[in-house]
Design a protein around this ligand. Structure first.
Ligand code: PLP
Length: 411
């Protein structure tokens, strides 16, 4: 008898995006004339910039010649990319890292899920709420989440840190000590960010309580304000307590190409069962060299080109395109009296649903009355109830059209 991992049976189906799709399809079938605009799923719409396409063409050609062909590469990533990452993403912000602290992978989601391989299932996990669902689900799979409560929303072993308008989306430090804390800033789904002072408080907490912070900086490229940290390592002491996850997905449109990286500082030490300190960098390296065979050469050359002078400039234009959408959405919806959060340093707008409407009720009305699709906040966690996410990743013309429909809407 072959037994399965029972934890997978505990998982609730992720109905959010399939429920949205079902509702949209049903509505469209009944109203074929309706031109539905989607500001729902967080995928990008701009194509890969020319500097990156050119670098990929060159890398493809290299693969066709015996002299320049590449087979298996280093599991940790090519040095040419690690060096660019260190120089552009860290040294420029006063953070020194060695190449063997950078692990290039196929995107942040894989590493965020896989990091649990090197952490005991006995660890207690804390997440901000609402949250990117991958953090919770991967801990359910590993057996760290406990049991799902009767409300169908809370896991017994997970510490939830509510982020709502009441605390200005700045989570309060936990009252019961978690071992592992997931922080994502700038945040998906709320679009809000933490200042340097606020993030330093979390690093200080982790240092004092010997907790580990898993810092997801997938949206770092959208930061505009000076006082918002791009990396957790800008905070004093962070190398001793934090692993950072980065992605080229939203930064450079790599959602389909797949590339990201994870920083595991050599200073970071955790404990074995005997209470002795163990370096985490060595463990992660061992995990990666055993279970992962590297990101493709062509994609790593593409990621390298994202740091070239031309690449940087072209990417900046794409980011500005999305952030113009964010600004427009935020300002226009505020003008008609909606309470709006986020959107300044992230491509997400977090709307407080008016008149006490539930997230799903607001979804239905926006779909039926304006033909616009967004994401109900409650789908990201219990504290997301009464909120709604709109993304700035749509086409500019669609965003403008969506705004004008909402402005004429009799809510
Ligand atoms: N982290 C957050 C907060 C995200 O919103 C996403 C994607 O939506 C990811 C990570 C996944 O990034 P990647 O495409 O690099 O796997």
């Amino acid at each position: 008898m072959v037994l399965i991992n029972e934890n997978y049976l505990k998982l609730t189906e992720s109905y959010l995006f399939s429920d949205i799709k079902k509702k949209v399809t049903a509505y469209q079938e009944q109203h074929p004339e309706a031109r539905i605009i989607s500001l729902g799923i967080g995928d990008v719409t701009r194509p890969i910039v020319p500097a990156i396409i050119e670098a990929m063409h060159k890398a493809v050609d290299e693969m066709g010649h015996a002299e320049t062909f590449r087979g298996y590469g280093p599991e940790q990533g090519y040095r040419f990319l690690q060096d660019r990452i260190i120089e552009h993403d860290y040294r420029s912000r006063g953070v020194e890292l060695d190449a063997d602290e950078i692990f290039v992978g196929d995107g942040a989601k894989s590493d965020l899920g896989n990091i649990g391989d090197i952490l005991s299932v006995k660890n207690r996990v804390a997440v901000t709420d609402p949250v990117y669902p991958v953090y919770v689900d991967t801990n359910v799979m590993a057996g760290r989440a406990g049991e799902l409560a009767g409300d169908g929303e809370h896991w017994s072993q997970i510490v939830y840190l509510p982020c709502t308008a009441e605390n200005n989306f700045v989570p309060a430090l936990p009252t019961e000590r978690p071992d592992i804390i997931y922080l994502c800033y700038p945040n998906n789904p709320t679009g809000t960010a933490l200042s340097k002072e606020e993030l330093q408080k979390w690093v200080d907490y982790a240092l004092e309580n010997e907790s580990l912070i898993l810092f997801d900086a997938a949206y770092e490229a959208f930061i505009h304000d000076e006082n918002i940290p791009h990396s957790i390592y800008e905070m004093k002491g962070a190398k001793q307590v934090a692993i950072e996850f980065r992605s080229f997905s939203k930064t450079a449109g790599f959602t389909g190409l797949r590339c990201g990286y994870t920083v595991v500082p050599k200073e970071l030490k955790l404990y074995n069962a005997a209470g002795e300190k163990v370096g985490v960098n060595r463990l992660w390296n061992r995990r990666q060299t055993t279970k992962f065979n590297g990101t493709s050469y062509i994609v790593q050359r593409a990621a390298e080109a994202a740091y070239s002078q031309l690449g940087t400039q072209q990417i900046k234009e794409s980011i500005e395109y999305y952030m113009r959408n964010a600004r427009l959405l935020k300002e226009s919806l505020q003008r008609i009296g909606l309470q709006i959060f986020g959107g300044d340093n992230a491509p997400y707008i977090w709307v407080k649903t008016p008149n006490g409407l539930s997230s799903w009720k607001f979804f239905d009305r926006l779909l039926h009355e304006c033909h616009i699709v967004g994401t109900p906040g409650v789908g990201f966690g219990p504290s997301g109830e009464g909120y709604f996410r709109l993304t700035a990743f749509g086409r500019y013309e669609d965003t403008v059209e969506a705004i004008s429909r909402i402005q004429e809407w009799k809510l």
